[in-house]
Design a protein. Sequence first.
Length: 312
Amino acid sequence: MSVIAEPAAIAAGSRSAQRRERWPPSYWPFVVPALIVVLAVIVFPWLFTIWMSLNEWKVGTPTTFVGLSNYLRLPNDPRFVESVLHTAVYTALSVLLPLVLGTFAAVVFHERFPLRGFLRGLVIMPMMATPVAIALVWTMMFHPQLGVLNYLLSLVGLPAQLWVFHPATVIPSLVLVETWQWTPLVMLIVLGGLSAIPTEPYESAMIDGANFWQMFRYITLPLITPFLFIAAMIRMIDAVKSFDIIFAITQGGPGSASETINLYLYSVAFIYYDIGYGSAIAVTFFTLIIALAAVMLYLRQRMHWNEIGGGA
């Protein structure tokens, strides 16, 4: 019985192999659903936005093709130029301050001391809070009469400030909120870099009589520079497109003193209902973010090759 069944099994196996050779396995059934989602959620909205930016289109009126007129209008729009300057200042401060304070915090928490784990968890709590909740709490703290910040200033003999209620101090005040929330992120990234540094260079430096600052300047800082660069890139992309906290605290005010590109885009598209011009701002803004990310990645790649060349 087994002798008869064996040739039949061999024949069935050969037929199955022939079918597999004729119709090789395809992975497209698994790829197509994801492709459809990407096209529907990402590609189509951006193509539609680009098409809208080439038209004059206000809600309730028919579209009129105007080509690049919306883009040519941007440099002559003083409010857009002002929003670009506000975005640049806000982004620069929101990157620099968390980098400095986050590096300092990482160096402190890298050392061993009692309750280090508990204090680490306490420090990273701000970045886990929701932006709207953070905005509401800081809005109360910024209040000129009832806010706790002016009370703390009065304890050390400093005059009260208007904080987000004055054009000269509104952007630094918003940067204070951004720094408080995202310094822990930089700290965690730098802590990862500090954990990867071997102890031998420090032991050699201590034998040579180097102090703490010299070891930080010539050993720690060069070795954590790639991690600082990654933190700077993440913070830059996040800060340049910041919207929720600024909108919840100031709505771009007082006047337009804290209006960034994102907030101006929102005003044009959803308050003035100028969809065509708002789409042109959106495309320009997206191009700016892509360009900044490309520059940062290029510099990071160059830094990588320099490290290899220096070590070779």
